[in-house]
Ligand binder design. Structure first.
Ligand code: NOJ
Ligand code: MG
Length: 546
């Protein structure tokens, strides 16, 4: 087998540590709880876990407000427990990716406390301080993503500091080389310990306009959209020179063996792929969130796959995300049946997939009553459907009290159907979505074409989406997905193969010829017979409704 970087053939699994497993009965998930569940993750068949932040934090933004980049927050455990967890991961063949938040710190971080303490502080210039605007108000019109002005007045000095997110998350000044050096040190600290990579938060935000120009109004803004959409983020995000800063972090990662950098970047595809870097000296994987917000239509999805595939820079490697701790759950978006089809899509596309914890159970959004809202985004900007509590509901492990997540009431409500939708119950059902995920992950290991092969679109018509994954050395797999609830006929001329997996019938196997039917909500994977010399161009496919 060719020498391929580990993360290309890998499947990443996002753990939201607060909600994974609570070992000490305080209602909040922790490292010891996660450690207990490593066998579950190993058995699921994933390769790497990415942990949302576990560092010391006042937790106003649930850990994305860091007050010490080199300490584990006591809520999650100790450094010793972290090292044990890292060791245990490595012993069982799992890689561990941590979450780096380079754009901002907590206002309780000693750097900011010092910065704020005086105009003469050596840390003053580590953050973005400005004199008030001509009218005595904020220096310009930049808005916070979490509502209101991005500028917060510091009464003591009379200056404002900038915060892309909450006012207790002041932005670091990446124009100051000391800031870059300090963050590189953080990377060194964890890489030297053996951490395999970082997911880097809000990466497209870290550099802002040097002249602090006002953002232009967004003519397409409509009431009900997130309030910062009122202006185009021309001067506050996706700065041309951000790539130099990222390249410096990449050099740090490259000083170690086999480390991975992933960027959290919400941008249109053409802007997104620039984060690979001009000569691939950027992040290894700029998260591709295209599936998170697209309409669930075969043609739409086929188009976005093709668009993405076509603009990937030479030598870069794709990736796909179906859920995370910030966006609504896929099962709530498309329903239970299609959540299974979505799983097949995620795990058969070309590129590294990231699974969000609980999606393998088909978890829906939890019901959050108004008095249960904790997400600072929803608290600041209520009623627009931006709240993220519902997607952060604890993992239901079994049908005992608190779903086996904790001995106490969990910090965030459980999903409504946890008594039947839990790991223990789904484990016992051969046809459950959990077992479907296991089979899909297993097939990715068995079929080189699925893990590393090329992608060939075949057809997207009606509700059917058909494509082939092909490996030069060995196998080819045809994937036919029915994104709707009516049967679809597929004709793939000249094809013959064996059914590997159906999303609606775990027992379905056997030969399949060039004409076959997809049942409602069915996804099928077919191992195309060797010697069939199947090329995308030679597969003519007609799709029609029965
Ligand atoms: C993106 C993170 O995923 C989100 O949870 C957080 O609130 C913001 N960045 C700010 O760090
Ligand atoms: Mg706990």
């Amino acid at each position: 087998m060719e020498n391929v970087a580990w993360w290309k053939g890998a499947v990443i699994y996002q753990v939201y540590p607060r909600s994974f497993c609570d070992s000490d009965g305080d209602g909040v998930g922790d490292l010891a709880g996660l450690r207990e569940k490593l066998p579950y993750l190993k058995n699921l068949g994933i390769d790497a876990i990415w942990l949302s932040p576990i560092f010391r934090s006042p937790m106003v933004d649930f850990g994305y407000d860091i007050s010490d980049y080199r300490e584990i927050d006591p809520l999650f455990g100790t450094m010793e427990q972290f090292k044990e967890l890292l060791d245990a991961c490595h012993r069982s063949g799992l890689r561990m990716i941590l979450d780096l938040v380079p754009n901002h710190t907590s206002s309780e971080h000693p750097w900011f406390v010092d910065s704020r303490s005086s105009l003469q502080s050596v840390y003053r210039d580590w953050y973005i301080w400005r004199e008030p605007g001509p009218d005595g108000g904020p220096p310009n019109n930049w808005l916070s993503v979490f509502g209101g002005s991005g500028w917060e007045l510091d009464e003591a000095s009379g200056q404002y500091y900038y915060h892309t997110f909450l006012s207790c998350q002041p932005d670091l000044n990446w124009r100051n080389p000391d800031v870059s050096a300090a963050i590189q040190d953080v990377l060194h600290f964890w890489f030297a310990m053996g951490v395999d990579g970082f997911r880097m938060d809000a990466l497209w935000y870290i550099l802002k306009d040097e002249q602090f120009r006002d953002n232009p109004p967004n003519p397409e803004y409509k009431a009900g959209q997130p309030p910062d959409y009122q202006f185009m983020p021309l001067y506050t995000a996706d700065h041309e020179e951000v790539h130099d800063l990222i390249a410096a972090m990449r050099r740090t990662a490259d000083a170690y063996q086999d480390r991975l950098l992933i960027g959290e970047i919400y941008l249109p595809p053409v802007r997104l792929v620039r984060y690979y870097g001009l000569d691939l000296e950027g992040v290894h994987l700029p998260f591709n969130f295209a599936l998170l917000e697209c309409a669930w239509h075969a043609r739409t999805i086929a188009t976005l796959i093709e668009e993405y595939e076509n603009i990937l820079p030479e030598g870069s490697w794709p990736n796909w995300v179906l859920g995370n701790h910030d966006r609504p759950r896929i099962a709530s978006k498309v329903g239970d049946d299609q959540a299974r089809v979505a799983a097949m899509l995620l795990l058969t596309l070309r590129g590294t997939p990231t699974i969000y914890n609980g999606d393998e159970l088909g978890m829906p959004l939890a019901e959050i009553r108004p008095d249960q809202v904790q997400d600072p985004l929803e608290l600041n900007v209520p009623g627009l459907g931006l709240g993220r509590d519902a997607v952060r509901s604890p993992m239901p492990w079994d049908s005992t009290a608190q779903a086996g997540f904790s001995e106490r009431e969990p910090w965030c409500p459980l999903i409504g159907d946890w008594q039947i939708r839990n790991v223990a119950a789904l484990d016992q059902e051969p046809g459950s979505i959990l077992n479907l995920y296991r089979r899909l992950l297993n097939l990715r290991r068995r079929y080189h074409s699925l893990a590393l092969g090329s992608y060939h679109p075949v057809a997207a018509r009606g509700d059917a989406l058909v494509y082939i994954r092909k490996s030069a050395q060995s196998d080819s797999v045809l994937i036919a997905l029915n994104l709707g609830s009516e049967a679809q006929k597929v004709i793939a001329e000249g094809m013959s193969g064996e059914i590997l997996l159906s999303t609606v019938d775990a027992e379905m196997h056997g030969p399949v010829a060039d004409k076959f039917e997809l049942r409602p909500n069915e996804g099928l994977m077919i191992a195309v017979s060797t010697g069939a010399k199947l090329k995308a161009a030679s597969v003519s496919s007609q799709l029609s409704k029965t």
